[in-house]
Design a protein around this ligand. Structure first.
Ligand code: C2E
Ligand code: MG
Ligand code: MG
Ligand code: MG
Length: 294
């Protein structure tokens, strides 16, 4: 499609968009609208549960940002995150999402549901030296323990600047916040590097999980990645679980947690509350029993 979206930073730090067609104009407009979105609370956060496959209980929720655009409706991150990064607005977005997610975590805690909320960090967060102290302050302001928050950083970003990643993650984790490696399996980490990183959890990229449905070799690969994670004392979460069959297979393979449309789509907080009420009404369903009777 359009060969556009080329930003050049001027010495002033201002960004200008150079384009060869109309799409460029609309992209530039989108940047202006983004600035408004950040201040006018047009960014909304949806939450997707993660299930502990041992107990069947909800082990946490992932916060996923959406842009409630006044004309285009609900936009998904794939539509605007690159633009946020290019326009230098990612630090601002991260703080907006963290603020909403922690407000929600505090509300859940007050309602007797101490749910851990996971927030996604971008590449630029790894050079954001203020972030660890700010996050600690945001937790304290809401009387939340560090265990209320988990941070996800993609394997790709971790590999891009290893020393910086290690510095920031070490500071965050010293404050007691858990770190998960997102989209694991797509970024070619070396095992030695992985072993020395301050991390708690690997989230196996959904491309591996999707292939399990019709490829026995994919299942064998997932089994070996689960074993790898456990040998490094890391928990492993399967992303993109879309069927009961795959859920059962993952349980038998000893995967720790699962997330995916089969369990629940990402939902607004109020809708997730209803979903959680439903889970409580059913009682926790140990997945291994479910898997064996399937
Ligand atoms: P991610 O962190 O890997 O999040 C998982 C994505 O997979 C989400 O897409 C989720 O809706 C989708 N998903 C969950 N279960 C299934 C399933 O069973 N099947 C399929 N096909 N997809 C599933 P979403 O919400 O569109 O987010 C896309 C990506 O945008 C995220 O990938 C994350 O990298 C990024 N992102 C989302 N919110 C934020 C944010 O607040 N900050 C930053 N920096 N990045 C974010
Ligand atoms: Mg994520
Ligand atoms: Mg992911
Ligand atoms: Mg992803």
């Amino acid at each position: 499609k359009a060969d556009i979206a080329m930003y050049k930073a001027k010495a002033s730090g201002e960004f200008h968009l150079y384009s060869r067609d109309d799409d460029g104009t609309s992209q530039r407009l989108l940047v202006e609208e983004l600035r408004t979105a950040l201040t006018d609370q047009q960014l909304v956060v949806h939450y997707q549960p993660k299930i502990d496959l041992g107990t069947g209980e909800v082990s946490g929720v992932e916060a996923l940002v959406r842009w409630n655009h006044p004309r285009h409706g609900l936009l998904y991150p794939d539509r605007f995150l690159d633009l946020v990064e290019e326009a230098g607005l990612m630090a601002a977005l991260t703080r907006v999402v963290l603020g909403s997610a922690l407000d929600q975590a505090a509300a859940w805690r007050d309602a007797g549901r101490p749910i851990t909320v996971a927030v996604n960090l971008s590449a630029s967060s790894l050079v954001d030296v203020e972030l660890p102290d700010e996050v600690a302050g945001m937790l304290a302001a809401r009387d939340l323990p560090p265990s209320a928050l988990q941070l996800e950083i993609t394997e790709e970003f971790l590999m891009a600047d290893r020393e910086r990643a290690r510095t920031i993650l070490t500071r965050l984790r010293t404050n007691g916040i858990e770190i998960a490696v997102d989209d694991f399996g797509t970024g070619y980490s070396s095992l030695a590097y992985l072993r020395d990183l301050p991390i708690d959890e690997l989230k196996l990229d959904r491309s591996f999980i999707l292939q399990m449905a019709d490829d026995a070799r994919a299942t064998a690969l997932v089994a070996s990645i689960i074993a790898l994670a456990h040998s490094l004392d890391l928990r492993i979460v399967a992303e993109g679980v879309e069927t009961e069959t795959v859920l059962a297979e993952l349980t038998v393979l000893g995967c720790d947690e699962a997330q995916g449309y089969h369990l629940s789509r990402p939902l607004p907080a109020a809708a997730l509350d209803d979903w959680l009420d439903g889970q409580v009404a059913c009682g926790p369903r140990p997945m291994l029993e479910r898997a064996r009777s399937a």
